[in-house]
Design a protein. Structure first.
Length: 133
């Protein structure tokens, strides 16, 4: 009998991370322990190292994902475009998340957000919800 994570049945996850000093491996371990997540909401501090890795797909991470909400209150559109946007584009462009319905992104500043918004819209179309405060 294989040992199973106590979180294997968890479908909804909401995290408000106040301070993050670890590597992206912390997210790898967390999401690997929760393979059936469908709805994920994450509020991240600046430079939190969330990297959507191709290796996650081999492990089944986010296979059943329906909604992903990323709240990045300390991140400007330029940093989002440089750090997280390329990973999101790679992760969601191939249809791996077959049940995916919506990505919500909220950044610190609504101005200068047209370019990253357009890039994600090219991949996700109507599944993208861009929250501007």
């Amino acid at each position: 009998n294989e040992l199973q994570s106590p979180f294997v049945r968890l479908q909804d996850l909401t995290m408000d991370i106040k301070d993050f000093r670890g590597s992206s491996n912390a997210f790898n371990w967390l999401f690997f322990a929760m393979p059936n997540l469908r709805n994920v909401s994450i509020k991240l501090p600046e430079h939190a190292n969330l990297i959507f890795q191709e290796s996650w797909k081999r492990c089944g991470i986010f296979r059943y994902l329906r909604t992903l909400r990323l709240e990045l209150p300390q991140t400007c559109p330029e940093d989002f475009s440089a750090e997280l946007l390329p990973d999101l584009e790679r992760y969601f462009s191939d249809g791996y998340c077959a049940n995916f319905e919506r990505l919500e992104v909220q950044l610190r500043e609504p101005y200068n957000s047209a370019a990253p918004k357009a890039r994600l819209f090219n991949i996700l179309g109507g599944k993208l919800r861009w929250v501007e405060c």
